[in-house]
Every structure is written in structure tokens, then in C-alpha cells.
Write a protein that binds this ligand. Sequence first.
Ligand code: MN3
Length: 209
Amino acid sequence: MNYHYPFINTPLPYSYDALEPYIDQKTMHLHHDRHLQTYIDNLNALLKENPQYQTWSLEELLYRWQELPPSLQIPIRRQAGGVYNHRFFFDGMTPPEKSLINLSVVREIEKYFPDFHDFSERLKQAALSVFGSGYAWVVLDHGDLKIMTTANQDTPIGENLHPILNVDVWEHAYYLKHYNLRGDYFDDWLYVINWDAAKQRFLEAVKNA
Ligand code: MN3
């Protein structure tokens, strides 16, 4: 992805109300226009002070963090992670009428899990298990499809780890509509997964594995 400084908040790939009734318009406005915007502003501010990293792409900032000076490592990982994780999450959703799981995706999942229901149940348990704020992910890990979680804005990208899907379980992702019921939010999120994007990411991950 050729996305680097100065980072801009590109529009959502669908309208704010497109995920209704599963994810409400107000949440999407706040989530994209305020929460993501804050990470973008903070990341740009860090890079403005450190121009030698302005040519690094968003992914590079995340997987080459050990090459950053120690004082920048944590702030860059937090802010760049916030940008990466949110863009990945938003791009991984689509209006419910377009969220059609195709047979090839199901077949792929069923190579790694007993069946699709088992897969979605495990992903839900992972989402519920995140203490505080974070994400549940489906990743290709050394060629194996796995479910994992990350805390805060940590990001599972690296040499042999390729994310396929993520679900944001910070309270700001669901509190207005689902209140404290993260499981209900997860069940609704299942209706707006962008399976085409997941498939593309999977094919890309297999190619790069
Ligand atoms: Mn969020």
C-alpha cells in the first residue's frame, strides 16, 4: 500500500449509513471522522518532527519499528497502528446487501476449521476475550489460518503474518448502539463483513507467504 506522510483520512468506501441497521451512522461518523482522524493527526505530527521517516509507508513504520530511535518506537507504533487497524477494519466491511460470503471463502476456511460456524464462534470468543481495548483478527500465519487478538493499537503484521480480517472491539466501535454488549455487536458485524476484501487479502497473503 503506497500510503505515507502526509497521511490523509480517505473517505469510507461506503456511505456512513450504509452499514445500517447493523452498525449505525453516528458510530461510523465518530469512528472515522474523529477517532481515526486523531491517529492520523498524531502520526503526522510525529513525522513532521522527524522528517527522515516521512518516506516510509504506513506498513513500513509498523514492521520496521525497531529501526526507529527508541524514543519514537512506542509513539509511532501506537499512532501508525491506530491508522492501520482502523483502515483495515473499515475496508473489511461493506453494506449488508454486498456482504455475500462466497463458496470459495467457506471452502478455504473449512480447510483450517471444522466448519464455518465453528470458525465464527471462535472468532467471537476471541473478540469477547479482549480485556479492555483491542482487536480480534483472522491472520495467515506461516501459511496457517489463525485467530488471534491484539491489545490497544498493536498490529499483527510482520514477516510471515498477514492479516485477513479484523474486528475493532474498542468500546467506541459499538457503545452508542450496542451499549456494553460486545457479543451483540460482534453478531451484527458478521452481517457486514466484506468477504471480497477478505478473499483478496487471503490470495495476496498466500502469494507473499
Ligand atoms: Mn476504533
